[in-house]
Design a protein around this ligand. Structure first.
Ligand SMILES: [Zn+2]
Length: 253
């Protein structure tokens, strides 16, 4: 079957380098070919930055961060470079560089969308994800191949399914963000509050709990409000991330 979907800018770049497997996505080499050198330094007050003169640029990422976070930062800064954002450069804060923020039309959101496609290009991601259940376990398997972060990968998995699925992130102050799959019915409402009967709730509030829960089937009412919640079942799985927030992926069965 021919794929008639228009390729994203990130995918076009990868294809122009002849990349046909996840492990070939060498971001430093790609950056170099595009005129940007990557360096690793201790940086305070920002997540990453790019300084350029129109022809060449230097991307600086935090040397203390883990590799998946550094990769997303490099790809994000490359997004600013490719899109010609700003005159001399860009300094990006932690909240600017986040895969879930790609819907707005701001320069940061555009750079995040570009980064997601450079790290997890659909033309390589979709064939691997096809047929996999929409779970954090699947996202974990896929992200290893792409050296991507769990949030970025799980988000792409949810956004790519025709089934009813959602990804939601809770902190101690409440729900931080969520995204619904294209297959999520418009009339169905994700519960705004985290239900106390979920394992996600336990993970969030118990200081000694960490890691990822085992996939479980449960009443949808724990995740979906209204009548649909009473009638359906969901499969859910949650994980506590390094900054203490809990990420959950749910799929209606
Ligand atoms: Zn930025």
């Amino acid at each position: 079957m021919t794929d008639h979907r228009a390729l994203s800018k990130g995918e076009l770049i990868l294809k122009s380098f002849g990349i046909d497997s996840p492990k070939q996505i060498d971001l430093e080499a790609i950056a170099f070919e595009l005129g940007a050198k990557v360096r690793y330094r201790k940086i305070d007050g920002s997540e990453a930055r790019i300084v350029g003169n129109g022809v060449s640029a230097i991307i600086t990422v935090n040397e203390d961060h883990k590799a998946t976070r550094q990769r997303f930062s490099i790809a994000h800064e490359l997004g600013h470079w490719v899109e010609r954002h700003g005159k001399g450069g860009f300094i990006c804060a932690k909240e600017d560089i986040s895969p879930q923020n790609d819907a707005a039309k701001s320069a940061e959101a555009i750079a995040n969308g570009f980064a997601s496609q450079l790290i997890l290009p659909s033309y390589l991601f979709d064939p691997i994800a096809a047929g996999m259940p929409i779970t954090l376990d699947s996202a974990d398997k896929i992200r290893m191949a792409f050296r991507a972060g769990l949030t970025t990968t799980a988000l792409k998995l949810v956004k790519g399914t025709g089934k009813a699925a959602a990804i939601v992130c809770h902190g101690l102050q409440g729900r931080q963000w969520f995204a619904l799959s294209p297959g999520w019915p418009e009339y169905m409402r994700l519960a705004a509050e985290l239900n106390y009967e979920t394992e996600a709730f336990e993970l969030l509030y118990a200081a000694d709990k960490a890691g990822k829960t085992t996939l479980r089937q449960e009443a949808a009412s724990r995740w979906i409000s209204g009548r649909q919640g009473q009638e359906l079942k969901v499969r859910s799985q949650s994980v506590k991330l390094a900054d203490g927030v809990v990420l959950s992926v749910i799929a209606v069965t």
